[in-house]
Design a protein around this ligand. Structure first.
Ligand SMILES: [Zn+2]
Length: 117
């Protein structure tokens, strides 16, 4: 999905992600919208995948991973790889997940390796 496809959805995703790739531990700038439930991962057979809950801002490679082109990723992988953050991804607003990720990255870079506040 290219940014030109869904400008309003893209703007929402960029606001939620702070313009960064939402893949766990990735620090690259976001370049594309990617589906959390990709066709490749068997998601969204009803066609209702163009919602903010179902997309993420992603760098080039992670957009391809979440869309199943590398046969990795998808929402289950996204959730699994965020498990270390200790947040319920189904119940936590995306901007809060982004804040927790930022804190975890700061702690990691500081050498504490602690994800607790
Ligand atoms: Zn990335």
């Amino acid at each position: 999905m290219t940014p030109a496809d869904r400008p309003e959805l893209r703007a929402q995703a960029w606001e939620l992600s702070g313009g960064r790739c939402e893949w766990p531990r990735c620090v690259l700038p976001a370049e594309e919208l990617a589906h959390l439930n990709s066709v490749g991962m068997g998601g969204n057979p009803d066609g209702s995948r163009e919602t903010i809950e179902d997309v993420m801002a992603a760098c080039y490679n992670h957009a391809r991973m979440t869309d199943g082109l590398y046969s990795l990723g998808g929402r289950q992988a996204y959730k699994r790889d965020h498990a270390h953050l200790g947040v319920d991804l189904d119940a936590t607003p995306r901007h809060m997940v982004a804040a927790v990720r930022a804190l975890a990255l700061r702690n990691h870079l500081a050498g504490t390796r602690s994800y607790a506040a």
